[in-house]
Each structure stands twice: as C-alpha cells, then as structure tokens.
Design a protein around this ligand. Structure first.
Ligand code: F6R
Length: 357
C-alpha cells in the first residue's frame, strides 16, 4: 500500500496520468458553479404558464444535475421534478410541463428524441448544451438555450448542467431565490478543494485516503433518500467513468429491506466490498439509527466500511460537498489503477456504433 501512497503523493505523476486534466476541471468547479448561476440568471426565459411539473431529460453526466434539482426541489417546490433518462417521455408531459433538455455535447440521441417529443406535446422547453444538434434544433425552434462552455468532459460540467436550471426556476417564481445558498456552495467547495487537490499528501487528503481504501475493492456507496442519494449515485458513476471500475449504490431506508440481507455469504466475495456510508446532518433521525445498526451488521463481512459526512449549512453545499469528495476520490482511484481518468472509450464506441446503425 505504501507504494500506492507514493504514487498519489507525486503531483507530477498525477498530472501525467490525467491527459484531459480532470484534476484541473475539478479544481475549477467552485468558479464554474458561480459562472453557471450567472448564466441562468441572464438567459432567456420560457413563457410563464400554469406549470404542473418539471422534467429534466438527459443521460449520464448531463442527467445527474437533474437529480440534484429533483432532490433539492423535493421540499421546496409545489410541483414535482422528474428526471427522464430515455428516448421517450412519460405520458403526463404536455403543455403544463417545463422541460429542460440537457446534453453537454448536444448530440446524445436519447435526449434529441425526448426533445422532439416534448416539442410535439407542446411542453415549454429550455435547452442546456454546448451546441451540437440540440443547439441547432433549439435555435431553429426559437427555444431558450443556455449555451455552456465546451472543452471539458460532460461529467466535469455538473455546475453548468445544474445551476442554470435552478436559476430559471427561481426567476419563474417556482422556487424561492437560492442565491445565498449558491454563494455558500462556492465557498464550501473552495474550502474543500484545498484539502482534496493533488498537491495535498495522502496523510492529509481525505479523497486520496478513500481511493486507497477502494483500491482492489468493489465500492458500494450508500446514501439516504432525499439527502445524499444523488451523491451515492454520482460516486458510483464516477468510479465507473473515471476509474473504469465497477461500483454500486443504494439508499437508506430501502436497502434495509433487501440489500442488507445479502451479507451472509459468500464470505470471499463479501470481503471484496468496501462500503462507503454518506452521512448528512439532515438525514431522518430514524435513518441515522439505521445507518449505525447496519454498519454493525455489515462490518463483520465486508472488506471495509468508511463513513463520510456532508459539509456546509445549506442543502446545496451539503449535497455537492459529497459529490465533490467522490469526484476527487474516483480520479485518484483511476491513477492507482494506471488508468487515464478522462477518456471514456466505451461510451464513444457505443455512440459511434449507434450512429452507424
Ligand atoms: C462523459 C459523461 C457521459 C455523458 C453521456 C451523455 O463525461 O459523463 O455520461 O454525459 O454519455 O452525453 P452528453 O452529456 O453529451 O449528452
């Protein structure tokens, strides 16, 4: 393990391993969030209507911002927010729907298909993209467009793909102005990055420590519904996309009714798991107790259990602080595996093959 720690403690080696500068994009996330918020405050708005639901349609790195919005809005908005990760939209989408079509590249076929369907059904649409076909269609249709800067990987653009939606909802009067929370978010992330960036040695860097624990283990990330659930899902996706390794996620209290039963056998397999429990001060008091009991149950069988705690006062900062830690940890994990974190050749291959057929 010491040898692995030496790799993580060599900033030049980390930089060399990271051809697309994922570390740089992570470091710039606080500024990205502030810029993204401003973009949402200045963009053209869709018309004011009797909106009855909000739908975010997108995939992968372009969908997770929809989940952040869904959870954030859960106890703040009177109409539901749903995330759609498919070609088709649910039947309830109609002219009372405000739909965000989000695709960083603008060329994801599922999102383009859902965009067309939303237009056919008369929904009010806002496009969030760097351009591509989605940008072209939005320009053709006179649909409000939030054009975000190109040049990073979609999963590094969560600020751009999330905060403008929040601003639009607030400007439409569907959500109380979260400007104060956005400022806190940027300052919490700035504080965190000073502990997580590649220059901080493993002994003082929680993201590097987590990567060392997850190395050669299958990460199983457990969050809680309505607080850390998006972070749990995001950690899983980031281990997949950055470290090119398997990972799984689930939420309390649901996992207490099934997944936790699966810790009896086979012992050898269970020892391969490293469980990370994401904790948040706002977790339901009964969920906090469930986490304690569950930890005791699984600790005996699993290869290891870690806990991390959200940072910050506001919901935005707390949700994102967990996401940020997982993002850094997954990039360090990639380096430990000798993997370049940026490129996602399998996704590129799938998209190219689909385009041919
Ligand atoms: C790549 C990534 C992917 C993409 C997804 C959809 O960094 O995160 O999950 O986000 O393939 O592509 P876009 O975002 O261009 O619509």
């Amino acid at each position: 393990m010491e040898e692995k720690e030496l790799i993580l403690n060599n900033p030049d080696a980390l930089q060399r391993a990271d051809s697309l500068d994922m570390f740089g994009a992570l470091y710039n996330l606080p500024e990205q969030c502030l810029k993204a918020w401003q973009m949402g405050m200045q963009c053209a708005l869709p018309e004011r209507r009797d909106y009855r639901n909000v739908v975010v349609t997108g995939l992968g790195g372009s969908a997770i911002g929809g989940d952040l919005l869904r959870v954030y809005a859960g106890d703040r908005m009177e109409i539901p927010v749903a995330v759609n990760r498919d070609y088709l939209l649910p039947l309830y989408v109609n002219r009372h729907t405000l739909l965000f079509a989000v695709s960083y590249s603008g060329n994801t076929e599922e999102t383009l298909s859902a965009y067309d369907e939303a237009r056919d059904r008369g929904a009010a649409v806002v496009a969030v993209t760097t351009g591509g076909k989605l940008g072209e269609r939005a320009a053709r249709d006179g649909v409000p467009q939030i054009t975000v800067p190109p040049g990073i990987m979609p999963r590094s653009a969560t600020g751009y793909l999330f905060l403008p939606m929040l601003a639009v909802l607030s400007r439409l009067g569907l959500l109380e102005d979260p400007a104060g929370e956005v400022e806190e978010l940027a300052s919490v992330l700035r504080g965190q990055r000073e502990k997580l960036h590649p220059g901080v040695p493993a002994a003082d860097n929680p993201a590097k420590q987590l990567a060392l624990k997850l190395y050669n283990r299958i990460p199983v990330i457990w969050g809680a519904s309505a607080t850390s659930e998006v972070a749990a899902q995001r950690w899983k996706g980031q281990v997949n996309e950055n470290a090119k390794a398997p990972a799984y996620w689930n939420v309390f209290p649901e996992l207490n009714h099934n997944e936790v039963v699966g810790f009896e056998a086979p012992a050898e397999l269970l020892r391969k798991l490293h469980i990370v429990i994401l904790r948040d001060v706002q977790d339901h008091p009964r969920v906090k107790i469930r986490m304690d009991i569950t930890r005791d149950i699984v600790e005996k069988a699993a290869g290891g259990v870690s806990e991390v705690e959200a940072v910050g006062d506001g919901t935005l900062a707390r949700m994102y602080s967990l996401v940020y830690l997982g993002d850094y940890a997954s990039v360090y994990l990639a380096v430990l595996y000798g993997i370049d974190p940026g490129p996602v050749k399998v996704i590129d291959h799938l998209k190219a093959e689909l385009a041919r057929r």
